[in-house]
Design a protein around this ligand. Structure first.
Ligand code: ADP
Ligand code: ZN
Length: 688
């Protein structure tokens, strides 16, 4: 299409539409593939994207483009972006419009975007006099250890250098690298070294971290090396900040950028990427759950890297079985790093058998006497203790002391948990809340079963009256969280009780004992990944202990002492043996990574209708696609007044899979339309 020919073009809309409508281009308007235009669709105005498919004939009932959106280059979508969206839509079975809607959320008005773009442009311009002084001062401060290429100097250890060499060799051989480095080995330093090389060669770097790990600590550490080249981006960023980053990406075209972000940073208009790093690649928060596209950030990073002909580096202490499978099959090269920067070995792991302890009166509430002694020992030396309990609340369920009835959420099929500070019953799925009440069935008194973090905190306070105790879980606001972490890091608290959010990233110099309480619940989940995830969680948690001083310890309380996960953690089995065993099991049962799993999730407020329609859909799917299972009720089969059913497909990993997926998508969309059941199904490809 020549830029100035008035004609008819297809426009991508930020909607769940499987087709793109045509619009006519007014005389004199210049549009090309990627131009953003304002159009009307079904009575509403949208910002759409011109796709490069002109039609010579006037399609029927066509409307005219209302106008061009914003100034270039802010709003022009690149071909690379459009190609990437197309991949995401095809792979994750959604529409390109849904990907577009996520990539460019329309939360800012046009004026706001314009203002931001102007501000960003001004900031990117050479510094004026006053700020130039500041820059000079900053430069001076760095002068002492300035390395060629700018920024702080980096001295890799011999082990890190070897690992770096291994990664570069993999890259040379055209393979992505998987860096398996124990916690505290300084994986970040390796990323930094490789990123420096990439920037020096004139190409850009994207580094992804899990949502929760995007801490100021990490940002500051990386900023020391890259200064103003470092850009950060996480989800939940305002459209204004997004516009700023986009402008910065473009204005750094020549100067280079290091973008540190969460999974949504994949959808920025990257240019000239030379290296894509995915840290903590096993982390399940790389997977977007709702809404579509339900993409996996790690896997999409691999595709983005491929599109840009960039290198791909995955890093983790406990790689995902998907990545290990890619190593086994020769697609990825694995590079190990087993030396901790501050020396020492992995903290010792002790398993405390709670069922044995219970028999000999060795339990005091949730704590075994053995664990109490361990904690006392640490506290007496002025060291700190971290206690992991995967469930927040005081009691994780409430049961009637008279009739045994469990108090349930009126909207979800889950027990209500009890929060003591507010004296309320709460649903962790839909947010329902009510004051503590008697049993709805018989009026009896409700009693707590299952101790959550609040209860553990209370028990710890009674057991260790001299200790300063705090709790960290998602009940705390982000601001409170930061405060709690800081207090612990600076030694103002002795014991910190909390959920999974304790396991990530942070460095606590005086922490030497970490203990996991109630680990059996982690393994009891109806999830084929339960073992893998428990190992990852406990390994990360263990990595928090004794980072500087050595002599750290992980204590695990469990009633399943012989479970392979705990045997491995204790050292009775190597990590790679456990990985191999789990992989062998997955192979036998045909689970990922040996197949491609797809869940078709259905919901309806009308249980009977869900029954009928889910079975009808199953029938249609299994007529053309073999191997579908269901519809079955998921472990939690009602959330927010919606009943839930799932159909699961395990497709072979072969060349035919994309075609089968496309067929599946077609069947579902046709079914939704013909039964007027739109919005009741969600397709989850590679569920996490
Ligand atoms: P990992 O990410 O592998 O778990 P971390 O980066 O969290 O390791 O921890 C390693 C610690 O050692 C950090 O405090 C880091 O600053 C430090 N460190 C690692 N390598 C180096 C190095 N080459 N030079 C200086 N400090 C390093
Ligand atoms: Zn609920």
């Amino acid at each position: 299409m020549t830029p100035d020919s008035a004609g008819y073009v297809q426009v991508l809309l930020p909607l769940r539409l499987d087709w793109a409508p045509y619009y006519s281009v007014p005389e004199g308007m210049q549009v090309r593939r990627g131009s953003r235009v304002r159009v009307k669709f079904a009575g509403k105005e949208y910002s759409g994207i011109v796709l490069g498919t002109p039609s010579p004939q006037r399609p029927e009932g066509i409307k005219t483009i209302l106008g061009i959106e914003g100034p270039e280059p802010l709003v022009d979508i690149s071909t690379a972006e459009l190609d990437f969206w197309k991949f995401v839509a095809e792979y994750y079975l959604c529409t390109e419009g849904e990907v577009y809607r996520m990539a460019y959320p329309a939360t800012a008005t046009r004026q706001e975007l314009l203002r931001a773009a102007r501000r960003a442009k001004a900031e990117a311009a050479p510094p004026k006099k006053s700020s130039r002084k500041k820059a000079a001062a900053a430069e001076e401060a760095l002068q002492g250890d300035e390395a060629p290429g700018g920024g702080k100097n980096l001295q890799l250890t011999a082990a890190q250098m070897t690992a770096c060499g291994g990664i570069q060799a993999a890259f040379k051989a055209g393979k992505p690298a998987l860096l398996q480095g124990v916690t505290g080995s300084g994986k970040t330093e390796i990323y930094i070294a490789l990123a420096k090389g990439t920037l020096a060669s004139g190409r850009n770097v994207l580094m992804l971290v899990p949502e929760i790990a995007l801490e100021k600590q990490l940002e500051d550490r990386i900023a020391e090396y890259f200064g103003p080249k470092l850009l950060t981006f996480h989800s939940g960023e305002t459209a204004v900040h997004r516009a700023k980053v986009i402008e910065a990406l473009r204005s750094r075209d020549t100067e280079g950028y290091f973008l540190l972000g969460t999974r949504s940073a994949l959808f920025l208009p990257h240019c000239n990427l030379g290296l894509v790093i995915v840290d903590e690649e096993h982390d399940s928060s790389y997977k977007q759950q709702d809404p579509a596209p339900r993409y996996n950030g790690r896997d999409c990073a691999a595709v983005l890297a491929l599109q840009h002909k960039a290198r791909l580096l995955l890093g983790s202490a406990t790689p995902s079985l998907e990545s290990l499978y890619n190593v086994d099959s020769g697609r990825y090269a694995k590079v190990g790093l087993n030396e901790k920067y501050y020396g020492g070995s992995e903290p010792q792991t002790v398993i405390i058998d709670t069922s044995a302890e219970r028999k000999k009166n060795g339990m005091v509430g949730s704590f075994s006497r053995k664990l109490i002694a361990l904690i006392e020992g640490r506290l007496s030396k002025g060291e700190q203790v971290l206690l992991l309990r995967a469930r927040r609340a005081y009691a994780t369920a409430m049961q009637c002391s008279e009739c045994g009835e469990i108090a349930k959420c009126p909207r979800c099929n889950v027990p209500l948990s009890y929060h003591k500070d507010s004296n309320t019953l709460e649903c962790h799925y839909c947010g329902f809340r009510e004051p503590l009440r008697p049993c709805a069935k018989c009026g009896g008194v409700l009693q707590g079963i299952g101790s959550g973090t609040q209860k553990i905190e209370e028990e710890a306070a009674a057991l260790f009256p001299q200790a300063r105790i705090a709790r960290l879980d998602s009940d705390a606001t982000p601001l409170q969280r930061a405060e709690i972490v800081k207090d612990f890091a600076e030694g103002r608290t002795d014991i910190l009780v909390g959920t999974q959010i304790l396991t990530k990233g942070l460095d606590f110099p005086d922490l030497t004992l970490v203990a996991a309480i109630g680990t059996d619940a982690l393994l009891g989940r109806m999830d084929f990944r339960a073992d893998e995830k428990t190992v990852q969680l406990l390994s990360q948690f263990r990595g928090r202990a004794g980072r500087r001083s050595g002599g750290g310890m992980l204590a695990i309380q469990t009633a399943q002492k012989e479970h392979p996960v705990f045997r491995m953690m204790e050292g009775g089995m190597s990590g790679s043996t456990l990985d191999e065993n789990i992989l062998a099991e997955r192979k036998t049962f045909g689970f990922p990574p040996f197949c491609r799993m797809i869940n078709v999730n259905m919901k309806d407020s009308n249980e009977a209708r869900l029954e009928v329609l889910s079975r009808a859909l199953m029938k249609e799917i299994s007529e053309t696609i073999p191997g579908a299972v269901g519809p079955y009720s998921p472990q939690i089969d009602k959330i927010s007044n919606n009943f839930l059913k799932t159909i699961r497909l395990n497709l072979p990993r072969d060349k035919k899979t994309p075609a089968i997926k496309a067929r599946l998508y077609g069947i579902i969309r046709k079914f939704e339309e013909s039964r007027k059941w739109q919005g009741h199904t969600g397709i989850d490809v590679d569920p996490s």
